[in-house]
Design a protein around this ligand. Structure first.
Ligand code: SAH
Ligand code: MG
Length: 199
């Protein structure tokens, strides 16, 4: 059942130009969730619910809250989650993640929304992370463009990629957190609090 729904979603995403996670990227992320026994996830950027459903299917103890600001995508995601009977474990929030104040702490925060806002998402939602929690950021390579910013002719795109490069630097230079970058999918960053693992 899940396979059919997921296949349909992949097709819908392709046809409607919705940037859902790439196959290898989501596989990597799901393995990471399993290995680290992550149970609670906050996702910023639901789109049509593809990554949320994939992550929820890792195992039955996983609960996800996911935020989406676009109403059409939010409704599409609701439908898809229902089809998979995951509505008890995936809670969707409709709204701009930069304007929402969420309670509760999560084992993992997955940032996959507006690329220009990553630093803001990170700063805003770190209060919702458990002490030994993990922040995952998607699209760190941005189709390889992060390595050739100066050659991008389109101004808006150049500005966007410049912001992503700034975010990478923000993570690298962060005193409190440590980050590893993986070139899988469209590039994934895994960030931990420094003091959580050294004793
Ligand atoms: N995680 C999804 C893909 C998300 S695409 C998957 O892999 O299946 C990015 C989504 O983030 C888009 O649907 C966009 O509408 C949403 N988004 C962008 N900025 C946002 C914001 N400030 N608050 C909430 N959602 C946002
Ligand atoms: Mg993404």
């Amino acid at each position: 059942m899940y396979d059919d729904v997921l296949k349909e979603m992949e097709k819908y995403a392709e046809e409607n130009n919705i940037p859902i996670m790439k196959k290898r990227g989501i596989k990597f992320l799901c393995e990471f969730i399993k290995k680290n026994e992550i149970k609670t996830i906050l996702e910023i950027g639901t789109a049509i619910g593809y990554s949320a459903i994939k992550m929820a299917l890792v195992n039955k103890d996983i609960n996800i809250v996911s935020i989406e600001r676009d109403q059409k995508k939010y409704i599409e995601a609701l439908k898809n989650i229902k089809k998979c009977k995951l509505e008890k474990r995936i809670t969707l929030v409709l709204g701009d993640a930069l304007k929402i104040d969420l309670d509760g702490k999560f084992d993992m925060i997955f940032i996959d929304a507006a690329k220009a806002q990553y630093i803001n998402f990170f700063n805003m939602y770190q209060k919702n992370l458990v002490d030994d929690g993990i922040i995952v950021s998607d699209n760190m390579e941005f189709h390889g463009l992060v390595n050739e910013v100066d050659e991008i002719e389109n101004k808006n795109l150049r500005q966007l990629v410049t912001k992503l490069v700034k975010y990478r630097k923000f993570l690298e230079d962060n005193e409190e957190y440590q980050t590893k970058f993986y070139k899988v999918g469209d590039g994934i960053a895994i960030t931990y609090k420094k003091d959580a693992y050294d004793d």
